[in-house]
Design a protein around this ligand. Structure first.
Ligand code: NAD
Length: 522
């Protein structure tokens, strides 16, 4: 019997919106772009970018569906059941989705399998919150019953980046759908496939068509049309800080709500009393998972002088071991994949090459060519950059201050706790930070002093649907995850009922009566 081969993804995608699914024609021609595998230049598929009229039709329809109440006023139990069904459907497709993510981002398959295996948790978490969410009665004065409910916002827009394409989309989609909104997502033009596939699954699981739409395209065209649409009541983005500022000013003009998860430059502070082998493993994970393309990537490793030599010896051995075991991203033994594109590769390399003359390159520093030691894969076919470590970087240097978004780390020595904290906070960003110490008091003391939305102690980059995620300073505003995200996708609605008997109301509430005595105001 011949084995049926299941397609991994389509060769061509259209926007996932009701008017497209239902085959209604639009006049504008859709520009097409290709999604390229950064490991080998393979053309994965073409995608038709959503035009201005696609955006307008989709958002108007999303608004009409919202107003109809099919999802926005469905019972919490119903929405919860649909999200749970979607979580189970997603779980059955984890191997496929992991492969899609590996191909469109160039990230190692081991990373993508581990990440994708957890995504159902976000849908389950918000499904559970829906079942436990309670309204309250405000303790107002007088004969009034004031109950307060959470109601959805309306049409919400989500703009997502390339680095964790489906994880970040689901982090946003799950609370938005749970709250009852109509959601319009624009995935990164570099990696839109998994989000487009997921939207189809959502409809199959029972999310009404028009409640979750995915409009692929470029930021300055499709993205800008979406975020500026007057019917959009909230914009939630994960992007670079420059993009975050540009979108924020548009959103502000429309008086819409805004959540922005932006860039980072995470410090990893290693104290003399750290467990050094654990700190080496933890720092390597912080710095090089996703080829350093995460917003909480450990990019400034700050090490106390007493363990500097020991840490650096072990860290550089680890770096070499990671480099030696890089190979074809589809190889489960491959340690680290590519960066996202040739453009990013050259930007990263330019930043490393423009280092000051006093900066010392300890490892990496050149795009990779030649055959992999692991599996013979030819690195010059793709965007491979090795783990790169630099020492003697000044705090005014670009490599200290700016996000590289690649596997590039600067290392600095410090003497006192106060100096370590000062260096850690010496950044315009404030998203993630790591502390390595076995001193309990120091761990809590230093954590309290770090200007970061997330501080990990003796670990790094832990993420859970229940754990608030977001940045201080230029790393953004608002939080993902937790009850906070569900609240941010809803608004309170206060209903105030006069419960006094009519004979009392007739007297007390007649403000313009001939006699002003005993009248209530407010
Ligand atoms: P990017 O800013 O280039 O693009 C992100 C998204 O914004 C894309 O979908 C893009 O098309 C869209 N976009 C760009 N300009 C736009 C505009 N004017 N209007 C509307 N949409 C627009 O970011 P990227 O390179 O895809 O991702 C990397 C960045 O994301 C890094 O700075 C990283 O730190 C940040 N990030 C932050 C978090 C977090 O949780 N804080 C997580 C992951 C990534």
């Amino acid at each position: 019997m011949s084995q049926q081969v299941r397609r991994l993804h389509k060769t061509r995608y259209e926007p996932f919106a009701a008017h497209v699914v239902e085959g209604r024609p639009t006049v504008e021609h859709r520009e097409e772009f290709c999604v390229i595998n950064p490991a080998n230049g393979e053309d994965l598929c073409t995608v038709a970018a959503a035009t201005a009229s696609d955006v307008d039709l989709t958002i108007n329809h999303a608004h009409a569906v919202f107003t109809s109440g099919t999802w926005s006023r469905a019972t919490p139990l119903h929405r919860s059941q649909v999200l749970t069904k979607l979580a189970r459907a997603l779980e059955t497709r984890v191997p496929e989705f992991a492969e899609i993510e590996m191909k469109q981002t160039g990230r190692a398959i081991r990373e993508m399998r581990a990440q994708l295996g957890r995504l159902g948790e976000w849908l389950d978490y918000y499904a559970a919150l829906l079942r436990t969410q309670e309204s309250f009665v405000a303790p107002t004065q007088g004969q009034l019953l004031n109950y307060v409910q959470r109601v959805p916002l309306g049409v919400v827009a989500q703009i997502t980046p390339f680095n964790h394409p489906l994880l970040i989309a689901i982090k946003k989609i799950a609370p938005a759908l749970a709250a009852g909104n109509s959601v319009v997502v624009k995935p990164s033009e570099l990696a839109p496939i998994s989000v487009l596939e997921f939207a189809e699954m959502a409809v199959e699981a029972g999310v009404p068509l028009g409640v979750l739409s995915v409009l692929p395209g470029y930021g300055p065209t499709t993205g800008a049309e979406i975020v500026s649409h007057p019917l959009v009541r909230k914009v939630d983005i994960t992007a670079g800080t420059t993009t975050g500022r540009a979108i924020g000013s548009v959103v502000g003009r429309n008086l819409a709500a805004y959540t922005a998860e932006l860039g980072g430059k995470a410090p990893i502070v290693i104290f003399d009393n750290a467990d050094v082998p654990s700190a080496i493993n933890g720092a390597a994970f912080a710095c090089f998972v996703a080829s350093g393309q995460t917003c909480v990537s450990g990019t400034r490793v700050i090490v106390q002088s007493g363990v500097y030599e020991e840490f650096m010896k072990g860290f550089l051995m680890k770096v070499e071991s990671i480099r030696r075991r890089m190979g074809d991203p589809s190889n489960p033994s491959s340690t680290m994949g590519t960066v996202i594109s040739p453009l990013h590769l050259s930007r990263i390399h330019k930043m490393v090459s423009s280092r000051s003359s006093s900066t010392k390159l300890l490892a990496g520093g050149e795009p990779m060519t030649g055959a992999s030691d692991l599996d013979g894969f030819e690195f010059s076919r793709g965007c491979f950059y090795p783990p790169t470590v630099l020492e003697n970087v000044g705090t005014e240097d670009e490599l200290w201050k700016e996000e590289v978004f690649g596997p590039v780390v600067v290392v600095k020595k410090f003497e006192t706790e106060a100096e370590g904290v000062r260096l850690a906070n010496d950044s315009k960003y404030g998203l993630g930070a790591g502390i390595w110490t076995t001193d309990l008091s120091r761990a809590h003391r230093v954590s309290g002093m770090l200007e970061s939305g997330l501080v990990w102690v003796n670990t790094h980059h832990r993420n859970d649907p229940s754990s608030p995620w977001g940045g201080m300073k230029e790393s953004g505003i608002g939080r993902e995850n937790g009850v906070e995200a569900l609240h941010a996708y809803s608004q309170s609605k206060s209903t105030i009922v006069n419960i006094a008997p009519p004979e009392e109301s007739r007297v007390k509430d007649d403000w313009f009566a001939e006699s002003a005595e005993g009248k209530r105001y407010g």
